[in-house]
Design a protein around this ligand. Structure first.
Ligand SMILES: *Cc1c(COP(=O)(O)O)cnc(C)c1O
Length: 395
């Protein structure tokens, strides 16, 4: 097989029209051709985010990966006020790491990785502290957990706080209702469930909130969110030279989603996740999260006791299959299998068959007294909390 099959939560295998679009034509980003391209992308992004009142929202596109959009938000919307970061994994911690660079009044409510955000704890915290901005991750990619936008959105509304969300790995796969859930700004990127190449990110925000940024201190030159808004509004351009070929690719990827229908795309990704998960359960594998907590983008799987994750990844790679290893406290204990991008049912079956063979071979090679991989695997999970331990078998 020539191509790599990217069972990763980004980068992804892109569609053929996305691949060919980058060599379309040479245009100048200070000419009408780019203005039109950017307008078209903005319109499509608002449709992807299912914004009902399109006049009230804008979408700026930034040349830079998802972190650029997060840093643009966190450096531009807080001013001298107080921001609270909610975290339950690697990407929540990254929001915190970015915020403390730009905002002296940053606080963090950190829950265990893989554990749900506890809304009672958050509610109490908000009552006892003066919080102007709340930031969190929608899909915490490091565990696969989908955090509840509706619940935190309602809390932010009641508290009168600006609510900003990292939707980098959920946009294109899960519903994000900015209007209902009181989200002032959210970020995402081109390279995950949207299905384009890495290198572009964007911020969708309420027009009135973009306008307010004018009054706030400027903390970064390149990632100044107000500047992106001003250039979009005034010239339909970006402040600095954009990666034009990636804009062509993003536009094609968005066309693909809108042609299919946003809801249809979401259910297609969910069907693939279910198919993949059923297959892996049949191989005797166990998952980190309960099904109700999982995002449809990826599955986090416990490394079976007698398997070395580096060897598993290497053997899969020999068959052109790429998976992710766990990060941070999950390192060596879990691996992650994505199901976004152009992965066909046949390719998922190929992955499952290959993985099954490797696990079986490892079992034969394993030294002593290892129980059957296809039977009941003795678990060596990271103990996160009792709830997780009870629920992990119940998929
Ligand atoms: C991928 C990802 C990011 C951005 O990472 P980049 O390497 O900058 O693309 C941010 N947040 C989440 C939740 C992600 O999954």
């Amino acid at each position: 097989m020539e191509k790599f099959l990217l069972f990763t939560p980004g980068p992804v295998n892109v569609a053929t029209n996305v691949r060919t679009s980058i060599s379309k034509e040479d245009i100048c980003h200070r000419e009408i051709d780019f203005d039109k391209l950017l307008q078209s992308i903005e319109n499509k992004l608002l449709k992807l985010f299912e914004i009902r009142d399109e006049a009230k929202y804008r979408a700026v596109v930034i040349t830079g990966s998802g972190t650029a959009a997060n840093e643009a938000i966190l450096s531009s919307v807080v001013g001298n006020k107080n921001i609270l970061i909610l975290s339950n994994g690697e990407f929540g911690e990254r929001l915190h790491a970015i915020s403390i660079i730009h905002n002296t009044n940053t606080s963090l409510l950190a829950f265990q990785w893989g554990e749900s955000l506890d809304t009672n704890v958050i509610d109490l915290y908000l009552q006892q502290h003066d919080i102007d901005v709340i930031a969190m991750v929608h899909h915490e990619t490091s565990s696969g957990m989908l955090n509840p936008l509706d619940q935190i959105g309602a809390l932010s509304k009641r508290n009168g706080s600006l609510f900003v969300v990292d939707c980098v790995s959920s946009a294109g796969a899960e519903t994000i209702d900015m209007e209902k859930d009181n989200i002032a700004f959210c970020s995402s990127s081109s390279a995950k469930a949207i299905g384009s190449y890495p290198g572009l990110s964007f911020v969708i925000g309420e027009t009135t909130e973009f306008e307010k940024l004018k009054m706030l201190p400027v903390k970064t030159a390149y990632l100044n969110l107000y500047k992106f808004y001003k250039f979009l509004n005034t010239y339909s351009q970006t402040p600095n030279t954009p990666a034009v070929p990636l804009f062509f690719a993003l536009e094609e990827a968005l066309i693909n989603i809108l042609k299919e229908g946003v809801a249809n795309r979401h259910s297609k990704i969910r069907r693939k996740a279910t198919f993949l998960r059923e297959g892996m359960l049949n191989l005797g594998l166990k998952f980190l999260l309960a099904p109700k907590d999982m995002c449809s983008v990826l599955t986090t799987v416990f490394v079976p006791p007698h398997i070395n994750i580096d060897i598993l990844r290497e053997k899969l790679r020999d068959k052109s299959i790429i998976i992710y290893e766990g990060k941070g406290c999950f390192k060596g204990r879990v691996f992650q299998v994505g199901n976004i991008g152009e992965l066909s049912r046949k390719e998922i079956l190929f992955f499952l068959a290959t993985q099954g063979n490797i696990l079986r071979d490892c079992e034969v090679e394993a030294p002593t007294n290892v129980t059957s991989i296809l039977g009941d695997i003795p678990l060596q999970p990271l103990i996160i909390n009792e709830k997780t331990l009870v629920s992990e078998n119940s998929v």
